[in-house]
Design a protein around this ligand. Structure first.
Ligand SMILES: *Cc1c(COP(=O)(O)O)cnc(C)c1O
Length: 423
């Protein structure tokens, strides 16, 4: 499928009159359309709720936008909990799926009325000590170990992942938690990341539904919800076939009817914690070509760098690039598209066939709406970009300003001799 930006060159020329590149731009219409499609796909399940994985795109404007569709927040840290609270998203709309969790973070999650999802058996004791009790609603994260494989060859490696409890630990955790007063139980698992197949959720659901039936039978704990977590992917590459969320929802429903309903568990709520699927395609990084360099290879230098989008440097991830205004020009030049970090992995594309790029051309780097801005860092003294929202009516809203040097120096404000840098 041809990947087309959700914004036109003319729109970008207008936007850059006010906001210089680089910036992340988000597509309100796309976010809304997708949130509606997810809701519709799971409408068969009365208790269904998506908890947006805040770490993917921790921006209050976007979190509130999703909250209009009843999405809650999946938080992994104290500041994400604080952000969720600041958005007015609290109570059972918070899922606290953390790991290696500091005790004080359990306290805040509990104060906000959130659901605590325990990553490890030993956290039961930490939690009880921190709160002085065990909450009535509690969730445990499961890790079956081994290799998780699907028919199209996609697989992931739960046996190598640090998350979750073994099956034996999970059964014991339910017994212990029940004895300590827990009444509503949840099961959570995240077994494969960025799956571009409609098969992942139904397969995971089958595993967790079977487990839930056995857990209820053997421990007497009431399983109230099953959290399929994240992992539904997006087609970063043009040749990839996108997931069909309606097919995925129907696949989960079938397993539900086959396994939970006959066991008398037809009232179990399905939860999801999607990040990438909710946001990645509806964000892009807009950057300008500022240099070309011809040495042992051909380079195009842009004004963004890995600080704005780390996935290519960190995972060798593919992000499609459109040269605005040259959509129909032949891709007859092989180039590396690079940023300015003193780090040779600061490349948005390596040996990519693109049209001839002139200085001043705007490039749209696709699918940066999740795990894009949020993974940014400040190496080489680089500052984080602005985030902009392209509204449904075509207007543009600043939803996070770009950093300035004073933000970079802010943590020196306790030293009088550097105070002038923070102003
Ligand atoms: C990262 C994460 C998610 C979201 O993952 P996506 O791949 O963005 O869908 C959900 N739950 C937990 C616990 C996570 O760590």
């Amino acid at each position: 499928m041809q990947k087309k930006p959700f914004v036109t060159k003319e729109q970008l020329q207008e936007i850059t009159k006010t906001y210089p590149t680089p910036f992340h731009l988000y597509d309100e219409a796309g976010i809304r359309r997708n949130a509606e499609a997810l809701k519709a796909a799971f409408a068969w399940n009365e208790g269904f709720r998506e908890y947006f994985a805040v770490k993917a795109t921790p921006n209050p404007f976007l979190m509130k936008l999703l909250h209009e569709y009843d999405c809650g927040c999946d938080c992994s840290s104290k500041t994400e909990l604080m952000l969720s609270e600041a958005c007015g998203i609290t109570g059972q709309h918070i899922m606290f799926s953390s790991n290696d969790t500091p005790a004080e973070e359990f306290v805040l999650a509990d104060q906000l009325g959130g659901i605590i999802n325990l990553d490890d058996f030993t956290h039961i004791e930490v939690l009880e000590k921190a709160l002085g009790r065990i909450p009535e609603t509690i969730s445990c994260r499961f890790n079956p170990g081994g290799v998780f494989q699907m028919s199209n060859g996609i697989m992931d490696n739960p046996g190598d992942s640090k998350y979750g409890m073994t099956e034996a630990q999970l059964f014991e955790a339910f017994r212990v938690l029940k004895a300590k007063g827990a009444k509503r139980f949840g099961i959570h698992a995240f077994l494969a990341s960025n799956t571009v197949t409609n098969e992942y959720y139904p397969k995971l659901a089958g595993i967790l539904f079977d487990l839930a039936v056995r857990l209820e039978k053997e421990t007497g704990a009431d399983v109230a919800f099953i959290n399929l977590s994240g992992g539904i992917g997006v087609p970063y590459r043009p040749e990839q076939e996108p997931n069909d969320i309606a097919v995925i929802g129907e696949g989960v429903r079938r397993r539900f009817e086959e396994i939970l309903v006959p066991a008398g568990m037809g009232d179990v709520a399905i939860y999801t914690e999607l990040g990438r699927f909710m946001m990645a395609p509806y964000g892009c990084l807009v950057t300008t070509a500022i240099h070309e360099k011809h040495t042992h290879k051909e380079y195009v230098g842009v004004d963004a760098c890995a600080v704005n989008l780390m996935r290519p440097a960190m995972y060798g991830a593919y992000h499609h690039i459109t040269v605005m205004g040259k959509e129909d020009a032949p891709c007859d030049r092989m180039v590396d598209v690079v940023g300015s970090l003193c780090e040779n992995n600061d490349k948005f594309a390596i040996d990519r066939m693109l049209p001839a790029i002139d200085k001043g051309d705007m490039l749209v780097i696709h699918d940066t709406g999740a795990h894009g801005f949020s993974m940014g860092y400040s190496y080489n003294g680089k500052l984080k970009s602005a985030e902009l929202l392209l509204r449904e009516d075509g207007s543009v809203q600043l939803i996070r300003r770009a950093e300035t040097p004073s933000d970079y120096f802010a943590t020196f404000d306790c030293f009088e001799e550097f105070a002038h840098l923070t102003k």
